[in-house]
Write a protein that binds this ligand. Structure first.
Ligand code: ATP
Length: 133
């Protein structure tokens, strides 16, 4: 089966390296399913789960935004942070979620603190979903 070489990289170093037959990402323009041979592309990502399919294996990676760069045989994700399910501390994500919700209650909508708390909330929920909780 034709595969893509996949790398997920953050400022702290590589998080994942492997092969995939299909990579599903949530770009800001919508969901993209990328197969080997795809035309070159760079797209900004949302805070979301990246899904890597290889035969009957499926790997999830939680990403906090960043970019996907596609080339015909290679796909690279550059993200501020990225975690595999087993590396996610669910208690930490739950605490971050509660903290963000409190801040959103306190801050008025549309201000900088509100937006920042909203992003923190989305990161926490994404991590909890990728960890399966
Ligand atoms: P927190 O408030 O818990 O720090 P955050 O969303 O502000 O959450 P980030 O700034 O996105 O955290 O990430 C900082 C670093 O901590 C990154 O390396 C990220 O991978 C890691 N990280 C954040 N939350 C978790 C978690 N729940 N489990 C494992 N690693 C995490």
């Amino acid at each position: 089966m034709n595969t893509l070489k996949v790398n997920v990289v953050t400022p702290d170093g590589p998080v994942y390296e492997g092969e995939a037959e299909l990579v599903s990402v949530k770009a800001q323009s919508g969901e993209l399913g990328i197969l080997p041979g795809h035309i070159p592309l760079v797209a900004p990502l949302t805070i979301s789960a990246v899904r890597l399919k290889n035969g009957s294996d499926a790997q999830l990676v939680a990403v906090s935004g960043g970019f996907v760069e596609v080339r015909p045989k290679q796909l690279t994700i550059l993200a501020e942070s990225a975690e595999l399910p087993g590396d996610i501390d669910v208690d930490r994500a739950r605490a971050a979620k509660e903290r963000a919700e409190r801040r959103m209650e306190q801050a008025k909508q549309e201000n900088v603190d509100f937006k920042r708390a909203e992003l923190a909330l989305r990161r926490a929920i994404n991590r909890m979903e990728v960890a399966g909780r």
